[in-house]
Design a protein around this ligand. Structure first.
Ligand code: XMP
Ligand code: MG
Length: 179
């Protein structure tokens, strides 16, 4: 289907699943080359990264660990707004290469928060792999080691990404149609 509706918004087909799969295969090949022989743990950020993580990990060849983390809202507040606590780190990541798997890096605020918290566990290295990136919206200078597709600053859903909780199940990625 070319156009879909979720609540009040219409979305049009933007990136096909075939294109997504190609991009993920290319990324997996790079990661396999770069991280061969290392002690690697992939950390998928829930909920959005579940589909990307599943497809990517199937093509990772060296032995590696895979886990999922989630950002939970803090009870407290900070000067910068709501601070979200990273939950689900049960593995010892000390001296390991952590590869963060994100569905999308937009402003980079979320990613910076995740990295700050992960550094407290003293991994050897932290790398970032994101399926989508909005360069025009990016405010940080954290290196994005593996970027699947750079997209304009428009809201997208599908392949794990949601609008108000819906759309994650779509296998293609759709872009909002702004009237
Ligand atoms: P920041 O700005 O912190 O944003 O890099 C990261 C988080 O915001 C969500 N996000 C989106 N979700 N379509 C979505 O479904 C989008 O176009 C979009 N842009 C940002 C997402 O949860 C991401 O982790
Ligand atoms: Mg979301």
């Amino acid at each position: 289907m070319e156009v879909i509706k979720i609540y009040d918004k219409d979305f049009k087909l933007f990136i096909s699943n075939a294109e997504i799969r190609t991009v993920i295969s290319e990324m997996a090949a790079r990661i396999n080359r770069d991280l061969e022989g290392r002690n690697v743990i992939f950390m998928g950020i829930l909920n959005g990264a579940f589909m990307f993580a599943a497809d990517l990990i199937k093509q990772i060849t060296p032995n590696c660990q895979i886990t999922f983390l989630k950002l939970a809202s803090y009870a407290g507040t900070s000067s910068t707004g709501t601070v979200k606590r990273l939950i689900g780190i049960n593995e010892d990541i000390h001296n390991k290469t952590v590869v963060i798997l994100e569905d999308i890096v937009d402003t980079g605020v979320t990613l910076e928060n995740i990295i700050k918290q992960l550094k407290g566990y003293e991994p050897e290295e932290i790398r970032v792999a994101t399926l989508l990136h909005k360069p025009e919206a990016y405010l940080k200078d954290i290196t994005l080691d593996y970027i699947g597709i750079e997209i304009p600053n428009d809201f997208v859903v599908g392949f794990g990404l949601d609008y108000e909780g819906l759309g994650r199940n779509l296998t293609d990625i759709y872009k909002v149609i702004t009237p």
